[in-house]
Write a protein that binds this ligand. Sequence first.
Ligand code: BES
Ligand code: MG
Ligand code: ZN
Length: 491
Amino acid sequence: MQVSLIASGLNSWSGSVLVFGVLEGNLEEQLHPLEEVVKGPLIKNLNQQNFIGKAGESINFQLLEPPIQKLVLVGLGKPEKLLLEGFRNAAALGAQSSIGNDGTLGIVLPWNIFDCMSAAKAVAEATRLSLFKDTRFLSKPEELKIPKRIDLIGLPESAKTILQEVNPICAGVELARELVGAPPNSLTPQDLANTAIQIAKEKNLEVTVLEKGECEARKMGAYLAVAKGSDLDPKFIHLIYRPKGTVKKRLALVGKGLTFDSGGYNLKVGSSQIDLMKFDMGGSAVVIGAAKAIGEIRPEEIEVHFIVASCENMINGSAVHPGDIVQASNGKTIEINNTDAEGRLTLADALVYTCELKPDAIVDLATLTGACVIALGDEIAGFWTDNNQLAEELQNAANNAGEGLWRMPIQETYKKGLKSMLADIKNTGPRAGGSITAALFLKEFVTESIPWAHIDIAGPVWAEKTNGLNPAGATGYGVRTIVNWICNQKT
Ligand code: BES
Ligand code: MG
Ligand code: ZN
């Protein structure tokens, strides 16, 4: 489903569902442009139904005049209170009313309230992403009747350039949702690697998949310890986007790629949501989704590395024991006092590998800790970095995407919680501040001179309920933030 821009306005548009945003206030004036397309006493009808343009309000009209079959008025609330998020919500709400129609969906909003690029991007993303539905696992998927095209009507021609980013970004988010939503028996480390290889082919990226033997040769003892308890081999994935011409910046993304996390011998029991732990590859889904988007957008002068150390955390006779001591590829020894803190073990070796590439910045994304969910809930990811510039860049990128992101402290004094009696470090500290000690653990595997940020997406990777913009289930959280961050780099 592609999003296009119709600069010429409503009069020359033809499509089947029209979503029209209305601010609280003078309805008559705002509805003026509709006179040409809608016949009949619209205002009288609205008054009868008490529609005043409040945020969250919507009203549908079935029209008899072809080609427009349906008009959906969506309230935007008071203009002085309207934020870009209000545009997103209104677009998503309007889009829901288009379900059942497979023609073209047109959207008219008072665009000039915001700068037109941001408005176009926000509305295009919200509309397309709110119409996503995953029917892959139904034996008889009902035919999905949703619009084939989305037209943003009445925006200036100049906003067209932004759509060259929006469509690839949405495709990246959709891929991430499919990867996260796929059950662990259909998305294994091998399947994740196959997806990366497929994207490399489609988008002309370089790809390497390191097999278990190669990871052994690189002495990735932390990552391999996690993989030992599974019948499935680990797959270490490395995709590279190289721009045409000169390279001025080299960025690296690292994603946690546990296609299932049983907890290992520290088995997930009780309310620890073992049945949801297919989403433990959410970080890798962001990384691979972003690779797809970046491979399509092809930003200039920036090289991007996409890295995933994928495996399963399972139990068998050769699984890691609680108490085992292993050695990561930078030589550090780790006492595994909890086999359920496996993500940081896989990331340790992935980060060492990434630092050897000497990138200008590294961002890792991981469904790392339940503690982060307790701290920030399921709409906000936490992030940690010592680098204020990187922090600002990521915060702006997330704000721009409408994705919740909050900076957390790297409290160095908490490192004492990771002290081991025997090894250099242990993999878990006390329960309190668990997402902070996790970040401190990762930091042990990052070269100090390289700007690095860690994003814990354990909360927003998954939504129990729909919130309009996101359908329930896999959200694809992070792809928009990360692609914005890459595309807005100053070189
Ligand atoms: N994948 C989990 C983190 C997680 C938990 C994500 C709940 C989303 C919801 C991670 O591997 C894990 O199990 N972390 C442990 C760490 C603990 C043993 C220190 C946790 O958060 O309980
Ligand atoms: Mg775990
Ligand atoms: Zn995990």
